[in-house]
Design a protein around this ligand. Structure first.
Ligand SMILES: Nc1nc2c(ncn2[C@@H]2O[C@H](COP(=O)(O)OP(=O)(O)OP(=O)(O)O)[C@@H](O)[C@H]2O)c(=O)[nH]1
Ligand SMILES: [Mg+2]
Length: 236
């Protein structure tokens, strides 16, 4: 059974930080000294859908009282333990506004392990724009074997919902994604928010034997072979 132990870190990077590349490279490395794997999960979607709030809820356990549009990327880490293995989940909270993301897009997708697409259930346009986000992701060479999930956020605003669940479910099925409808704001939903990231971490953990056994090194970088683990007990 998956459980967590308390350790989270936050950082930020934008186009003004000169040493960005070296810090970003860490996300894809295996930390051999402590044998802790790091899973890089990016969170993508329109501005204002709640990406920052969702990632904050997962790593900090609370809803931020105030947020501003993300510039570049904020990265947050949470240490979790799954079936006895300590894993670092590194969440990349990306900017939804084009002007705040354009110089960073390459970094977002580089060596990503999993992708979370977010829309706002009260804003149909944010759902319709998912196609563009998926195109961007595919256009950056993210393999179809990289796990992806779809998240409809702001479900607490029950009177304002514009995106019906069955429409979202069809879209998710068509794109081979699991659908989570949740709220970063509603404390009762916090476990559901956790399960978005834990579900992905469990799936990635299922690649354990590949990472330790079939790891390949090319150009000094670690590359992983993706194969499903038939013995995985991932809850999703
Ligand atoms: N009611 C409600 N409001 C939310 C929820 N999640 C986020 N918000 C609000 O939505 C607004 C935008 O949230 P952010 O998390 O900053 O949005 P973002 O997707 O990170 O936006 P960018 O950084 O510009 O890409 C803020 O006013 C939040 O308080 C939610 O679950 N319910
Ligand atoms: Mg943000």
């Amino acid at each position: 059974m998956a459980n967590e132990f308390p350790e989270s870190r936050e950082g930020t990077a934008n186009s003004r930080h000169a040493n960005l590349t070296s810090s970003l490279d860490l996300s894809t490395s295996l930390d051999h000294s402590v044998q802790t794997r790091i899973f890089k999960i990016i969170v993508i979607g329109d501005s204002n859908v709640g990406k920052t709030c969702l990632t904050f809820r997962f790593t900090g356990g609370a809803f931020p009282c105030k947020t501003e549009a993300t510039i570049g990327v904020d990265f947050r880490e949470k240490a979790v333990e799954i079936e006895g293995e300590k894993i670092k989940v590194q969440v990349w909270d990306t900017a939804g506004q084009e002007r705040f993301r354009k110089s960073m897009v390459e970094h977002y997708y580089r060596n990503v392990h999993a992708v979370v697409f977010v829309y706002d259930v009260t804003k149909m346009a944010s759902f319709q724009n998912l196609k563009t986000w998926i195109q961007e992701c595919n256009g950056h060479g993210v393999s179809s074997s990289v796990p992806r999930v779809l998240v409809g956020n702001k479900c607490d605003l029950v009177d304002q919902i514009q995106v019906p669940s069955n429409t979202a479910l069809k879209f998710a099925d068509a794109h081979n994604m699991l659908l989570f409808e949740t709220s970063a704001k509603d404390p009762k939903e916090s476990q559901n928010v956790d399960s978005i990231f834990m579900c992905l971490a469990c799936r990635l953990k299922a690649q354990k034997y590949l990472i330790y056994r079939d790891v390949e090194r090319e150009d000094g970088r670690v590359r992983l072979k993706h194969q499903p683990d038939p013995k995985s007990n991932c809850p999703c």
